[in-house]
Design a binder for this molecule. Structure first.
Ligand code: AMP
Length: 426
């Protein structure tokens, strides 16, 4: 029979790699804690409508990347595996009337997302993100805090070759004027654009900037007016203040006038952090302000700003700077003979429960030699050997694997023995 493998673009995380995942996850939790952000977890799937309304129906995600199916309920509700988290977080914010509880909410998440993209290095169909959404403040200091958090997190992880790209795409009111202008300027060159961009030019010309085709990019360079030059005075002022605050926080950035980000809900600030260690898919995180989304999804007008960072991308960047060494076990219990089995299991249980030390106990009934080899492989600090003889005499042999020292300890004294010097065991 043919083996069943996981779907293209999805991955298993095995024990030797899950450790680094836990390390980074716990770094995220600690980081969010010191910033006063609270964790939010939302369901794996939502009504399709949430994403169509929230992300916009001219975006790549909604157009071609969502995993959508029809529910078996009477209405035949369309459901979608979440392809991003801002819309679900805002949905939750509105549903639970968080606005009525406090004027500001600082939320973060770590979660899996699903997009039917073409798989390649750093681009998967199920991938993980951590991110923040600060909902409630219209002021530039909130943008600056969010950008600074993204930057400082990567710095704290030891990633050095970071670039912060920032831009303003103005408020949605000014956007219509700009889009008209953009269309006007590019219409005469429409024939030269790629097919997707010809469509974008009609449906949502802002998306032209997302195109990776060098020819389209060259046309934009030559003919496109830049959105940040076409925003209102208030938008410009907001942007200047964000940049000022970043200067004071010593965060280096470049104003990238062509960076508009791939989602329709952004207003004013957009930003991205890239790392040269990542290759073609070089974005570690992206985010921006989205002052209209809460309203679009049915809530009271509420300004907000956030970012989402790719977990796998961060791990790729980390793998080039540090080797992760799997942790060893504290104690391996070698068992010889059937009578030793219950003794060993009881001791293992006691050591784990009362001393909190990690214990592996033999369950394959192997030879002494094979068990010692296993103890070495598990990087055990101590081995406890219990054979028929040890059961008779109520003594166990304890071997310190580092020093090679070996001594007898009474079976009922083992727990005691392992609490004498905590440093030895951790
Ligand atoms: P986005 O939600 O598209 O703004 O993406 C935010 C971040 O998530 C990106 O900067 C990447 O680090 C990461 N990311 C987005 N799409 C994928 C994907 N298909 N596979 C892996 N990481 C991704």
């Amino acid at each position: 029979m043919k083996n069943i493998n996981c779907i293209k673009g999805t991955f298993d995380i095995l024990p030797e790699t899950s450790e680094i995942w836990r390390e980074v996850e716990s770094a995220v939790h600690d980081f969010m804690y010191v910033h006063g952000f609270g964790e939010i977890r939302t369901p794996a799937f939502e009504k399709t409508e949430l994403f169509v309304r929230g992300i916009g129906d001219t975006t790549d995600i909604v157009n071609k990347e969502m995993y959508t199916w029809t529910d078996t309920d009477k209405a035949g509700t369309q459901l979608t595996l979440k392809p991003e988290l801002t819309a679900p977080v805002v949905r939750s914010y509105i549903q639970h009337n968080l606005a009525g509880k406090n004027p500001i909410h600082r939320l973060y998440y770590i979660d899996s997302l699903f997009r039917r993209e073409r798989p390649q290095k750093g681009r998967q169909r199920q991938f993980n993100q951590f991110g923040v959404e600060a909902i409630g403040s219209p002021f530039p200091e909130q943008d600056a805090e969010v950008i600074s958090m993204a930057y400082q997190f990567f710095v704290s992880m030891g990633i050095e070759d970071l670039t912060v790209k920032i831009n303003t795409i103005g408020s949605q009111d000014a956007r219509q004027e700009y889009l008209k202008l953009l269309k006007e300027k590019l219409q005469p060159h429409a024939e030269e654009l790629c097919e997707t961009c010809q469509d974008r030019l009609h449906r949502n010309p802002l998306r032209l900037f997302d195109c990776k085709n060098p020819n389209c990019q060259a046309l934009l360079d030559q003919y496109a007016p830049m959105i940040s030059d076409n925003v209102s005075d208030e938008d410009s002022e907001h942007f200047e203040t964000v940049l000022n605050l970043l200067d004071q926080l010593s965060i280096p950035y470049i104003h990238d006038k062509k960076m508009v980000r791939g989602l329709d809900y952004y207003t004013r600030t957009t930003f991205e952090i890239t790392s040269t260690s990542l290759g073609a898919q070089d974005a570690l995180c992206g985010g921006g302000r989205y002052d209209k989304l809460v309203e679009t999804l049915g809530g009271k007008p509420t300004p907000a700003v956030g970012f989402a960072a790719g977990f796998e991308r961060l791990l790729i960047a980390l793998s080039s700077i540090k080797e992760s060494e799997p942790e060893g076990i504290n104690v391996y219990i070698v068992l010889l003979g059937e009578k030793a089995i219950p003794k060993g299991m009881v001791i293992a249980d006691e050591l784990r429960r009362t001393k909190g030390i990690s214990v592996l106990v033999e369950t394959l009934r192997r030879s002494m030699k094979a068990q010692m080899r296993e103890a070495n492989r598990s990087k055990a600090q101590y081995v406890i050997i219990i054979g028929e003889q040890e059961v008779e005499s109520d003594l166990a042999q304890v071997k310190n694997m580092e020093s090679g020292e070996q001594f007898d300890v009474a079976l009922d004294q083992l727990a005691e023995y392992f609490s004498v010097d905590e440093d030895h065991h951790h």
